[in-house]
Design a protein around this ligand. Structure first.
Ligand SMILES: Cc1cc2nc3c(=O)[nH]c(=O)nc-3n(C[C@H](O)[C@H](O)[C@H](O)COP(=O)(O)OP(=O)(O)OC[C@H]3O[C@@H](n4cnc5c(N)ncnc54)[C@H](O)[C@@H]3O)c2cc1C
Length: 420
């Protein structure tokens, strides 16, 4: 049986470790943060897990937050343009769930250790790989988007941006009423960016995770540059004002007297450069070093996909390890082949969503989604199968074909779209 060294205890590393543990394969996790540290940092993200990830958690015996209770099954969309369409809705077939990762990751770390796994606190660098190869048959780099950025090298054909396309401002806020039914709202202010309002379970109960995806140079960019800690009340008022102007359907649900961060410092400001890196490298002695999760492919969070992708990649890697029991270059190529369709398709989708200005075929799709309920449902359900939205948005012809297909379903022979 091979022995696997995993660097990183995020979703990629933990899901891989738990899957292999279930199969009786020995793993060891090396990570630079203890569970206590993970639980006490500022928010690092606002992660929604979609149905395939939740099904994987169920199979691993770590679905401690059932989506029936903690989840949502609807997306509401709003385009903030004069005479724009009213809010339009898409439904998932199965629910998704947003949970504060400061709760999620430490719980999974504890579970892995309770089941006999070892987590060693250690910062690993590329120069440590030869030493690790003395102990493991495979080294998996699941160390997120900030470490090992140069090690694997990029795939330029799916890494079109030299810098981030959105400047992010995230907060966990009290005082935003939930929609009925509970839903994620995606509000778009053309030229300025998107807002995702996510119903998140935090240490203190339900909150609204407001993820502002701001176009650099737009009116909302200040939400990323103005430091909340300099004057929390001024920042709170700034968020309210930007919500009022740019994202009015979310602002309508705000009770201003209660609008406050759940906990002081529940803010994240930053930016993510989307990039797809190569799948693996071979050490001089032949040991495979595999990239996994964000270390392999980092996407902008506008469509809530990175952790779901990390979990999917963990499954692909675990399956290949379990099937073959041999770790060699053929194993690495197999993993690369199996994950490429989804990873590349996801990148196509997300990179189109954050293109500035918004490409005409994306505008056309969003307009049609506001008229064709089944198209909006398909787009929403594809959050569980993100490469399918990549397929749909890959070319203007493909968008037209999707609209024509759903127009036919709605009995509209013009193919221009009519409400179902
Ligand atoms: C604002 C925001 C919102 C998001 N929303 C969503 C969403 O809705 N849905 C979704 O699926 N994704 C979302 N994401 C993306 C998601 O957070 C990431 O894709 C996911 O967490 C990546 O998991 P990972 O395991 O690859 O890396 P990470 O979670 O970053 O884990 C990396 C691990 O490696 C460790 N580490 C790092 N460097 C070293 C080192 N040198 N040595 C040892 N250990 C090391 C770290 O301590 C950590 O344990 C969002 C991201 C952001 C920023």
């Amino acid at each position: 049986m091979p022995d696997i060294g995993i660097i990183g205890a995020g979703t990629a590393g933990l899901h891989l470790a738990l899957l292999l543990q279930q199969a009786g394969i020995h793993t060891r996790i090396y990570t630079n943060q203890t569970a206590e540290q993970v639980a006490t940092v500022r928010p690092q993200n606002t992660v929604s897990h979609h149905a395939p990830t939740i099904a994987r958690e169920e199979a691993m015996g770590v679905n401690f937050w059932p989506a029936q209770e903690f989840g949502y099954q609807v997306h509401y969309h709003h385009l903030n343009v004069p005479d724009g369409p009213p809010v339009f809705r898409g439904d998932f077939l199965r629910p998704s769930r947003v949970l504060d990762y400061r709760i999620y990751l430490p719980r999974l770390m504890a579970e892995y250790e309770n089941r006999g796994g070892t987590i060693e606190q250690r910062t690993v660098e590329p120069q440590d790989f030869d030493q690790l190869a003395g102990h493991h048959d495979l080294i998996v780099v699941a160390a997120g988007k900030r470490s090992f950025t140069e090690y694997f090298g990029e795939r330029p054909e799916v890494s079109p941006y030299a810098k981030p396309q959105r400047h992010l401002a995230v907060g966990f806020w009290a005082g935003v009423d939930q929609t009925d039914p509970r839903a994620v709202t995606m509000s778009i202010s053309p030229g300025h960016g998107e807002l995702l309002d996510l119903p998140i379970t935090t240490f203190d109960g339900w909150a609204s995770a407001l993820l502002f995806e701001n176009v650099p140079g737009g009116d909302l960019e200040i939400l990323m540059t103005q430091q909340e800690s300099d004057d929390p009340e001024a920042y709170r008022r700034l968020v309210l004002e930007k919500l009022r102007v740019h994202h009015p359907t979310v602002f309508e649900r705000v009770e201003q007297s209660r609008f406050a961060l759940m906990r002081p410092g529940d803010i994240l400001q930053g930016a993510v450069r989307p990039v797809v890196r190569n799948d693996y490298r071979l050490l001089d002695g032949g040991t495979v070093v595999l990239s996994l999760g964000d270390a392999h492919a980092t996407v902008d969070p506008v469509t809530g996909q990175g952790a779901n992708s990390a979990s999917f990649e963990a499954q692909v890697a675990a399956d290949a390890i379990i099937e073959d029991g041999v770790i060699d270059e053929r194993f690495a190529q197999k993993v690369a082949l199996r994950r490429r369709e989804r990873v590349d398709g996801l990148s196509t989708w997300v990179n189109t969503m954050i293109e500035t200005p918004t490409p005409p075929h994306l505008q056309q799709l969003l307009g049609a989604m506001s008229q064709l309920r089944t198209l909006c449902d398909e787009f929403t359900e594809n959050f569980s199968h993100p490469h399918r939205n990549g397929d749909m948005l890959a070319t203007p012809t493909r968008v037209e074909a999707a609209i024509a297909r759903h127009s036919a379903l709605a009995g509209d022979p013009t193919g221009k779209g009519r409400t179902a």
